[in-house]
Every structure is written in C-alpha cells, then in structure tokens.
Design a protein around this ligand. Structure first.
Ligand code: MRU
Length: 340
C-alpha cells in the first residue's frame, strides 16, 4: 500500500478556525484566521474556501462564531445562507446547526456544544470520504486513465476528497493510474488545486485545457470520468462545476463510465429535478481576467455560470459513503434513502 499525505484545509486552534487560503494556491500555502461572522461570509463568497462539503463545514463553524459573538440565530443563519446558492451542503449544515442550537440553547455550555457539533460535521465528512474512496476505487481499473473536473479533493472537503478521494484511494491501493485534470476555467480549481494535491501525493497527471477533453476521449485515451457534485435532486440530476454536463455527454457518446462521487449531505430530496436548482452566476470579471491579467476586451460582456446540471440518465452511478446508486432515478434514490 502506498503512503498518502493527510492534507486538511482547516484547523480549529486557540478558539478560532484557520483555513487554507485557496486563492493563493499553488504559489503560497497561507492559513487565514476567521475571527468574525463577516470573515466567514467573505471567505465563502470570495472562494477562499470552496467545494460543496467544505463550505458546509465552514458554514457550521461560522454559525458557532456568530452565536459566540452575540448575534441572533436567525441573523447568523440567514447571513451565512446568502453566501453561495448552489451547493446544498451549506444549507444542510446550517439547518443542522440551527436545530441543534434551538434544542440546547438554554444550557450553560451551549457554545461548547455548538463547537462540538461543527467538529462532528467535519469528522463525519472526512469518514464519509474514506468510505466513498473505498466504494469508488474498485471501479477504477489498474493502469486506467482517469479524467476529473474541478477540485473535489482534500481542499474541497474535510480531507481526502470525494471524486479525487477515489483517485487517492486507487493510488493508495497500488493502482498505477494517470489523471487528466481539466484546468476548470475560470477559477482554475483543476490546474491550481487538483494538480497541487496530485503533486503532493506523487500521482502522475496531466493538466489539460477544458476543451481538450473531447479530443482525448475520442482518441480512446480516457477510461473513466469521475466528478463531484454540489447538489443531487430527487431524480438524480446533478449540479456540479460548469463543464461537467459536457463531459457527461462525451462519456455517453463514447460509452465510457461517468461516475459522480458525493456524500449523502449533497442530496436535496426536496427538489424534484435539476430544473429547480439555483445556478450561481458570478462576476464577469472572473472570465475577463485571469489572475489579475486582463484576457478580454473591457467592453465585452461575459457570462459566468458557475455550475451546470447533468441529467441522471447520463450518470453511470452515484458513489456515496453508504454505497452506490447505479443508473440513478427517483425510484432508486427514494429506496436508497428509505423514502416512500
Ligand atoms: O465553485 P466551487 O469551487 O465551490 O465548485 C466546486 C465543485 O463544483 C465541486 O466539484 C463540488 O463542490 C464537489 S467538491 C467535493
């Protein structure tokens, strides 16, 4: 078995949460101390921290911080909910923290209890990822070329990762894989963050421009695609980083497996289909500038949808910490979650 580094994107020390500033990677590994509710709101909005599970975890710690600072639970909850709209893990974690707070608010040690609940959410996510890695890695053949999109690794979660966690687990289990990393315009989660993580682990990889995927797939160079998710609806439709839908169509056309890896906290069973998922639109500046360098005429307008929706019918299986949902649809998802 190969040795894996234990990268963690957050740590709670001396009463405060410290997070890796993902805007500075790969050039610099900077830890930022979050000291107020505003710091948490800004960190999530500006994508200092990002990735569906991680923003849920940071939101949970933010809830603790806001209550500690004497802000009402409704204000803390509403302010954190407004930071980013698509990843459902944020709402899931905030609902859990609010319900927990309301249950125990009269108790003397409520702050300590709230902190422990946030830490539990973090720990549960880490263990969920290890399980996802285990269930997923058996689907990756030895010597496979694996294509992935965005960053779904330790940096997007409590640690290990979801789709990238499966790649980590395959590598840990001595599989000689090669990873194609979509650079993931415009924020470059692939080239800046996924490549950085793969380098730490010594996993062979090539960064590719997003538009190279089709060519590589058509040449038979990709054996399997594995991606993460920001929200999975009742029928299995999946919102993930913009460009994911395109990959799913390519996978279907070329008959290669297309796996979605996500913890159960990424499911939104109250939303029937992908049609109803709110898609974040970010500032056009992110498209027209690449790391402070202008790459488009100032006068041109740009569209910056952060996510797209992959229909369930394009997904070979969803890999969760509780097992697989193959060829997902509403009936199978209801059964998986024990719903009628
Ligand atoms: O805009 P981001 O970087 O927060 O988007 C991240 C993604 O789309 C990931 O694929 C998704 O959150 C899964 S992370 C385990």
């Amino acid at each position: 078995m190969r040795k894996i580094k234990d990268i963690r994107p957050l740590k709670f020390e001396d009463g405060y949460l410290f997070v890796i500033n993902q805007l500075k990677l790969p050039k610099e590994l900077e830890w930022l101390k979050l000291q107020s509710l505003e710091d948490y709101e800004k960190a999530i909005k500006d994508m200092v921290v990002r990735g569906a599970p991680l923003i849920g975890i940071v939101g949970a710690y933010g809830f603790f911080q806001g209550i500690k600072d004497g802000i009402s639970e409704v204000e803390v909850y509403e302010r954190l909910r407004k930071t980013r709209p698509t990843a459902v893990n944020l709402f899931w974690a905030l609902d859990r923290m609010l319900n927990f707070y309301r249950k125990y608010k009269e108790e003397k040690d409520i702050l300590e209890k709230l902190l422990k609940e946030a830490q539990r959410i973090e720990l549960e996510d880490y263990h969920a990822n290890r399980m996802i890695g285990g269930y997923g890695e058996v689907l990756i053949p030895n010597k496979a070329n694996v294509l992935t999109h965005c960053n779904t690794g330790a940096l997007a979660t409590a640690g290990w990762g979801t789709a990238l966690g499966i790649i980590r687990s395959a590598w840990e289990n001595d599989k000689d894989i090669t990873v194609f990393v979509d650079e993931t315009r415009p924020y470059l989660q692939g080239s800046r963050l996924t490549a950085w993580e793969l380098l730490q682990e010594g996993i062979p990889h090539y960064i590719i421009t997003d538009s190279s995927a089709g060519f590589l797939i058509s040449k038979g160079k990709v054996d399997v695609i594995v991606v993460g998710a920001d929200r999975i609806t009742l029928n299995g439709d999946t919102a993930n980083k913009i460009g994911t839908y395109t990959l799913s169509v390519l996978a279907k056309h070329h008959n290669i497996p297309f796996y979605v890896a996500a913890p159960t906290s990424t499911f939104d069973l109250t939303t029937k289909s992908g049609e109803d998922i709110p898609i974040e639109e970010r500032d056009q500046k992110e498209v027209k500038n690449c790391h402070c360098c202008q790459v488009a005429p100032e006068e041109s307008k740009a569209l910056n949808y952060s996510f797209d929706v992959t229909p369930a019918e394009n997904i070979t299986a969803i890999i969760t910490e509780k097992g697989l949902i193959e060829r997902p649809n509403e009936e199978k998802i209801k059964k998986f979650f024990g719903r009628k």
